[in-house]
Write a protein that binds this ligand. Structure first.
Ligand SMILES: Cc1ncc(C[n+]2csc(CCOP(=O)(O)OP(=O)(O)O)c2C)c(N)n1
Ligand SMILES: [Mg+2]
Length: 356
């Protein structure tokens, strides 16, 4: 049986982290520097992937520069592993910083960008930032937007039935939230017969390719959809501020883990290099969450500018080295083209009789 419906006032009564005294100091220097290092790693990786796409060392780029202040804290909140007792992730193509915070290696994204056979996510066959990691419950990222909100229902049902504190996490964009898949997820997650432990995330960057969000959305905030379901908290946050995102994710994960019910979280983030390589992937004058974070750290005396600069240098050298290594790796052999396309052998459970 689902647990008793908790009060929805929870999210509204929690003050925003930015308003609390010294939210950065509360996180502590070790955690702050870990977050900073991962944000820098994610940004430099994405910038390298963009450079590769422009230099003919890969075919197409899409990714998440500008979302690091939300995605790194999200990745650090995940209970990573395989099976129903660990968190499941149904992500979209801007989730590199989540993956790096969970422990993924930049070299593997570089491999997928160059479409080499050593790419562990798709053996060189899918777009970059299209992860699939069964050992970590990371469901395959799809180029079709929003379908992940449907697959999330499946793992949500499995986790609602199991005795576990693990949760399902699904993210996608503001544009995709206009599609039916997003609304199916809200409906299924809120069924009184079996509420689902899903953290439903929308990253609102204000754009769907070249269509501006405010020309399409009649609702004020996307999180306002939570008002349709009186028992589901909904919250919109500044996704560019690390202290705000950390506190909001603490609250949301805690709520879903304990209550086994959904939570809708909308994070407003920047889209620093436009939609994809198809729109040029040039730097845009939007808020830069890493620059803002560094100002906060140095301004509060939590780090020195030199130490932060060193993190950029160390991470850049590691990415250079990884890229050089990948340049020596083979492309998929022609004869492997049908591998992993069809299930082989067909599992015994598959009905073969009575069909042609
Ligand atoms: C089902 C489907 N419809 C349309 C597209 C084309 N398309 C690719 S990305 C995109 C915009 C998505 O915008 P949003 O959901 O806000 O995500 P963002 O790219 O801004 O992170 C669209 C319409 C697609 N890939 N799949
Ligand atoms: Mg968008």
């Amino acid at each position: 049986m689902p647990s008793k419906t908790p009060s929805k006032t929870l999210s509204k009564s929690v003050p925003s982290a930015a308003a609390a005294p010294d939210p950065y100091k509360r996180l502590g220097p070790a955690r702050l520097l870990e977050i900073h290092r991962l944000m820098v790693r994610a940004r430099l990786l994405e910038e390298r992937l963009i450079k590769m796409s422009k230099g003919g060392d890969g075919f197409f780029w899409i990714g998440g520069p500008g979302e690091e202040a939300f995605n790194v804290p999200l990745g650090l909140h995940v209970k990573r592993g395989a099976g129903v007792d660990h968190d499941f992730l149904h992500l979209h193509y801007r989730s590199s910083a989540i993956m790096l915070a969970m422990g993924a290696k930049p070299i593997d994204s570089i491999r997928q960008m160059r479409s080499v056979a050593t790419d562990p996510y798709s053996k060189g066959r899918n777009f970059v930032n299209h992860y699939a990691i069964p050992q970590w419950n990371v469901a395959p990222v799809t180029p079709t937007i929003e379908t992940q909100y449907l697959t999330a229902i499946g793992t949500g049902v499995a986790q609602a039935r199991a005795k576990t504190d693990s949760v399902t996490i699904v993210n996608g964009g503001d544009g995709g939230s206009a599609e039916g898949d997003f609304h199916s997820c809200l409906v299924w997650a809120n069924r009184p017969a079996l509420p689902l432990p899903i953290l439903i995330v929308v990253v609102n960057n204000g754009w769907a390719i070249s269509t501006k969000g405010d020309t399409q959305h009649g609702e004020r905030d996307i999180a306002d959809w939570a008002k349709t379901f009186p028992d589901m908290p909904g919250r919109t946050i500044d996704g560019n501020d690390v202290a705000t995102t950390w506190a909001a994710l603490d609250e949301a994960f805690d709520y879903v883990r304990k209550n086994r019910r959904p939570y809708l979280l909308e994070a407003r983030c920047s889209r620093l290099y436009g939609h994809s390589s198809s729109s040029g992937a040039n730097r845009l004058p939007e808020k830069d969450c890493i620059a803002l974070f560094e100002e906060s750290l140095v301004g509060r005396g939590l780090s020195k500018a030199d130490a932060l600069k060193k993190a950029w240098e160390t991470e850049a050298a590691a990415i250079d080295e990884a890229h050089q290594k990948v340049k020596g790796e083979p492309f998929p052999a022609d004869e492997t083209v049908w591998e992993d396309v069809f299930v082989d052998p067909i599992p015994p459970s598959y009905p073969t009789k009575g069909r042609s």
